[in-house]
Design a protein around this ligand. Sequence first.
Ligand code: MEV
Length: 410
Amino acid sequence: MDSKIHLYKMSLDERRKNIKELTNLTDEEIAYYNGNLTNIADKMVENVIGTYELPLGIATNFLINGNDYLIPMATEEASVIAAASNAAKMARVKGGFITHTDEPVMIGQIQVINLDDVEIAQIKILKYRKEIIEMANACDATLVKFGGGCKDIEVRKISDNILVVHLLVDCRDAMGANAVNTMTERVKEKIKEITGGDVLLKIISNLAIYRKAYSYAIFDKDTLGGESVVDKILTAYKFAVSDIFRCATHNKGIMNGIDALIIATGNDFRAVEAGAHSYAAMHGYIPLTHYSKDKDGNLVGSIEIPMAVGIIGGATKVHPQARTNLKILNVKSAGELAEVAASLGLAQNLAALKALSTEGIQRGHMELHARNIAISAGVPAETTTRVAEIMIKDRKINMDYAKEIFEKIR
Ligand code: MEV
């Protein structure tokens, strides 16, 4: 399958037809994109009165570890999907993205309070390490059967009378919150008994430092517009390194891409967001991406980011669109999904830095913005592009002018 498909030149029907054929979707699967999933929503959360839909588009051109990917993205923000596809196209010139992921290990925290002596309590817990691990694993035979489960424990002193026990749980292809939370609750009594303290909170940590995804790509200097553009991008990057106000926006741009994929695959985007920003803040808030120039003057970009995602369990299986999006993406493991997400974040960031350090981002945004204004003004679908073009040319983008143009050209 080739991901270099020009979806932006097609009508919505043509796009659906092409994606259906390219990714072997059934008639039923492609029909899910017409919406109307209220019955399923009613089983997913409480007090349902309907569903809330986001635009779902496909990012193209992604070459990751030599394989092509079509990436479903759910986002309300104009230009995000186009920008990611464009950056992925630039990365292809030098071979695309190269990635890696850690083992899918999440941390379950158990807070132990009212201790007489945290030092002694720590030693006692470590002494019972094997029993605690076995007890945790007894509640998830399936996870253990597939090679996952609690692999180790850590003990951290928080204050003179409080410590926290970490269960390190390999969640395999699941995001793992349920499995981890169940295990923390299961070992509670044992930890209380060992330490003589009281156990309060038992919950997963979203700072998934043991479950990171990594990706890098070389962006050819000529494709970027010359070495002067590479230098501008590096200067833009250094701005984020040295200023937290810029860094917040830099990392937000990365998450524009990642969240859109996380949402499209039914994963918990709040967990991924929390992990990303807390990781960025571990040693003073820093960018999640890194850039340098190679000896030939090309731009080398990389990303390192916690990525707690799954391809089994939760909404990934229950929500028909999430399921179908995973089929389009064609990933075989949670790790592969994490690597695609990291590459997408890097692409999104590169696209933003390039636009910001050259022509600015407003030009690209304007076209879609103008089309949205035309739609809001009641201009029929077949005429919105024409009305938008005139508004941009005349530098007058508002609803009244959209109506005026439509009246003239109808
Ligand atoms: C907008 O949603 C994202 C950007 O602001 C990111 C950035 O500034 O790097 C364009």
